[in-house]
Design a binder for this molecule. Structure first.
Ligand SMILES: Cc1cc2nc3c(=O)[nH]c(=O)nc-3n(C[C@H](O)[C@H](O)[C@H](O)COP(=O)(O)OP(=O)(O)OC[C@H]3O[C@@H](n4cnc5c(N)ncnc54)[C@H](O)[C@@H]3O)c2cc1C
Length: 245
């Protein structure tokens, strides 16, 4: 089936411009996805000038094992066609359409030596899905998450990540570009842009780092910086997967 109907179960405001929206599949629907993938969302009666439904891509934030729930983290853009006219008004009980899942940034199911994750702001969505799925499959693998955003408010799921730090072999390193705000003391990282030194400082000495798998979801320029840094350290290109938007 190419289009799936989903029904909104819950909407939670996250900060000034983002919302978590949870949907459920209709009974007997055959939708499935892999951690890291995205879908195209649309609403039947919200159409373009050719009378076709407006469609936009959204990454699934939760993991495939959490069956029947599909979670999105959505940034509402003030002049954005789909976000400000449709997603900003979605409430419990509303129905949307969803495509099959797309995207090649999906996890390799073999147990890895370790995982590096990189995300910027709202682009944490597919990275969180991968993180949750990996810890469901393999409780003990080392995972490092490098997460950058402008303001403290633009980091998402931080409490969940700090909880993983207490219970799993997990570390989060943040970089934080706002000059006005102060980094919370309990967050490890830098105040400034993510750069080569920041990444190298935390991973150069890790044993078997060249066998780690990497997943990156950032804008293209930042992806290039991260990819070059990792390649210089000796990580294998075929173990670095990304989704840029
Ligand atoms: C693979 C993938 C995964 C994604 N996952 C997510 C996700 O998980 N969460 C998420 O929030 N987003 C995600 N996105 C982005 C999402 O697909 C949309 O692009 C986003 O929600 C904006 O859609 P929109 O219709 O609201 O904005 P659009 O109308 O498409 O506008 C996009 C931008 O252009 C500006 N704009 C619009 N019209 C004009 C104009 N005439 N002149 C100048 N500027 C203009 C708008 O203000 C806005 O900033 C993803 C994108 C991709 C490709």
């Amino acid at each position: 089936m190419n289009q799936h109907k989903i029904i909104c179960k819950e909407v939670k405001r996250q900060n000034h411009d983002t919302k978590i929206i949870r949907f459920q599949n209709f009974e007997n629907d055959d939708f499935n996805f892999e951690a890291g993938q995205f879908v195209m969302l649309s609403k039947e009666d919200f159409v373009n000038d050719k009378n076709r439904p407006v469609k936009r891509a959204y990454s699934i934030c939760n993991a495939p094992y959490e069956s029947n729930i599909i979670e999105f983290l959505i940034q509402i853009l003030p002049n954005g066609k789909f976000t400000s006219n449709v997603l900003d008004f979605v409430k419990s009980g509303d129905k949307l359409s969803m495509s099959r899942a797309h995207g090649r940034m999906v996890l390799n199911k073999k147990k890895p030596k370790g995982i590096l994750l990189f995300a910027a702001g709202i682009r944490i969505c597919p990275i969180r899905s991968i993180l949750r799925e990996y810890y469901h499959l393999f409780e003990d693998i080392p995972i490092l998450l490098f997460y950058c955003a402008r303001n403290k408010d633009d980091f998402h799921y931080i409490d969940e990540f700090l909880e993983y730090e207490k219970n799993r072999n997990f570390k989060i390193y943040i970089s934080f570009t706002s000059k006005i705000e102060k980094k919370p003391n309990e967050w490890i990282g830098i105040q400034g842009r993510m750069n080569e030194k920041f990444i190298k400082d935390y991973i150069s000495n890790i044993e078997n780092i060249n066998e780690y798998e990497t997943y990156i979801c950032t804008p293209k320029k930042l992806f290039e910086l991260i990819n070059n840094t990792l390649t210089n350290i000796g990580l294998k290109q075929d173990l670095i997967l990304h989704e840029c938007w």
